[in-house]
Write a protein that binds this ligand. Sequence first.
Ligand code: ASP
Ligand code: MG
Length: 411
Amino acid sequence: MRFLIQKFGGTSLTTPEFRKEVAAKVVAAQKQGFSPVVVVSAIGRYGAPYATDTLISVAKQVNRDVPPRELDLLMSCGEVISGVVMVNTLLDMGCQAVFLTGAQAGIITDANFNDARILRVEPQKIIEQAEQGKVVVVAGFQGVTEEGEITTLGRGGSDTTAAALGVALDAECIDIYTDVDGVMTADPRIVDEAQILDKVTYNEICQLAHEGAKVIHPRAVEIAMQKNIPMRVKSTFSNAPGTLVTNHGEVYGGTIDIIMDRIITGITHVTNITQIIIPLENVDIANPHLKVFKGMALAGISVDFWNVNLQYISFTVKDNVADKAKQVLENMGITPLLRSGCAKVAAVGAGMTGVPGVMASVVEALTRENVEILQSSDSHTTIWVLVKEEDIQKAVVTLHRQFMLGNNRDR
Ligand code: ASP
Ligand code: MG
């Protein structure tokens, strides 16, 4: 069977008209000879009656500490509602369809409620139903433990469901439908010239997603990548081809032709970051590095951008935990310097590996625009710079231009 996974996000499902658009995409796939397996998110965003955030807020009305197990039971209802509604829409269009919860679809997870990991998928039921010619609609974002407890996969986890099913069913492709035409070279609200990327590698999209591009969950990409199942990010509301995500090498439905000459693929940014610097000259405790990072870990504070040398320790935290971090350090007798309201800008591109001069090019562009680099870091596919929040626009726009990602790009 030629399985095609079609995952639809909450904004694609909000009205009966939208759901008809969704159903049309499903029916079209079936006409092309695919067995579509449709993965749905909960309907709408916060405020919509059955959206995940709405369900959470209802649960927390009286007591904010909802037990994680019970919260999962509640959150899992959102996708059940949208799945049943979607099946009914398909039936109404004369398309045979059946709904399965995550548990019924064989998504087995660990017992880490609210952020469970998929251990394996037992897809027999999906296959049986598909063999009868039915479109199988599966609730995204949920699974079941070996003991039969309902779990959820972490926010945005419907993408993860889609990827796991794609791998388990050896699907031809995993289509992630959303309300934009694909993955962009930068946030179009910041960069006018931002463009849709026609192809990206798994690695690049993972980096872009980790660095603020919200279009797809990085965990989903990591799963699809293991078996090289191609993914496409597409719009429910247009026929644009979207962005294809694959490895270098064979490309779904076409020839070998991928972007090795591209050094940078996209520029992303994350705001609300606090930089913390601890000059070591005044610190009078043994092993300060170890104590600082252990202290942060014990306080449950995630640190980023960390840099250790003989003169100072520096790292960043989210603005909303900066006070807590400061307190932890002061309790150790350390007086840190804090700079809140920073932003992390990332230039991502698999093609930069081993290419000299990329860092120079980043610095050149930022210097030209008088953007102060507060800190920097790099990996083989990403260069990060920390800048002041008021410099974000300038930084993102100039880097986008520097690497010719806009209309002037030769595509
Ligand atoms: N409905 C879930 C959430 O809002 C899962 C998803 O949309 O992917 O996080
Ligand atoms: Mg999502």
